[in-house]
Design a protein around this ligand. Structure first.
Ligand code: SF4
Ligand code: SF4
Length: 263
């Protein structure tokens, strides 16, 4: 990880104690003390268990602490752990997956009308930006619907960044495409939702942010703004700077996800 300032570099070196350098064991201790706003204790405890197990594995492989910190800060950790939980769920697909109406060309869920434009990590934003950048100058999803993701092909309504699509896109599904269409137009119909693994991914990323407080910053980004900056031809630095969320976006996503899980 590249510390953001000389002060951050000193913190990274000293966080483990007055003279001892930071270690993965220190990070495990910090995870135990971390708190995530807006989610219940059970979700927080589950997130801590998953993240601690990742850190223990990193420790057993003697992974350098700077690499562990870099993965946690970029969101690669949340991605890895969320993907592992998702794969586990899909081994025995629940009804919501088996009866999903999702199909290529059905893209009402790619209409990103929420203010945050879809919450994604820096790791995902970098991959999405790289996948969409070659499409600069072409018609994009907004030629189909003004609030659609720019990564969408407006003619076929298929994702042009499929392999780089963020966890949010991999987690959303519905048993009723008509309800999705009405929801995209402002409705509030049942039938659509996120796989449970998405909440684990969000809580893990929020725990990474709390754990690394004072060491380095952990951001989230708008998926819509990331894709828009890429098709506009912005380079990755400028694009991500424009797409960066305020810290409250992750808190709100955790809170909303937790509320939806209990409704
Ligand atoms: S979530 Fe809804 S809009 Fe998206 S592919 Fe599935 S059915 Fe279609
Ligand atoms: S990245 Fe692809 S799947 Fe996700 S919202 Fe954009 S077009 Fe849809």
């Amino acid at each position: 990880m590249k510390p953001t300032s000389s002060r951050a570099a000193r913190r990274l070196a000293q966080r483990g104690g007055k003279s001892a350098p930071l270690s993965v064991a220190n990070l495990i201790g910090l995870v135990a003390k971390a708190k995530v706003k807006g989610v219940d204790k059970a979700l927080e405890t589950r997130g801590k268990r998953i993240l601690t197990s990742y850190l223990e594995t990193a420790q057993s492989y003697a992974m350098p602490v700077k690499d562990v910190v870099a993965e946690m800060a970029s969101g690669q950790t949340a991605w890895r752990l969320g993907s592992a939980v998702r794969a586990e769920i899909l081994k025995t697909p629940p009804d919501a997956v088996r009866k999903a109406a999702c199909a290529q060309g059905c893209a009402f869920c790619c209409i990103l009308s929420g203010g945050e434009g879809g919450v994604i990590t820096g790791f995902e934003a970098a991959q999405l930006h790289a996948a969409v950048s070659p499409l600069t100058g072409q018609a994009d999803g907004r030629d189909w619907h003004p609030e659609a993701c720019p990564a969408l092909d407006p003619a076929t309504r298929s994702c042009r960044a499929y392999d780089a699509r963020p966890m949010l896109c991999r987690s959303f599904l519905s048993t009723n495409a008509d309800a999705c269409e009405r929801n995209a137009a402002g409705g509030a119909e049942q039938g659509a939702g996120l796989l449970g693994s998405h909440l684990d991914y969000l809580v893990v990323h929020a725990l990474c942010r709390q754990t690394l407080k004072g060491i380095t910053q952990v951001h989230t980004y708008s998926m819509a703004a990331t894709a828009a900056s890429a098709v506009a031809g912005d380079n990755i630095e400028n694009g991500l700077a424009r797409a960066r969320h305020k810290p409250s976006a992750l808190e709100t996503a955790c809170k909303d996800g937790s509320k939806a899980a209990h409704s």
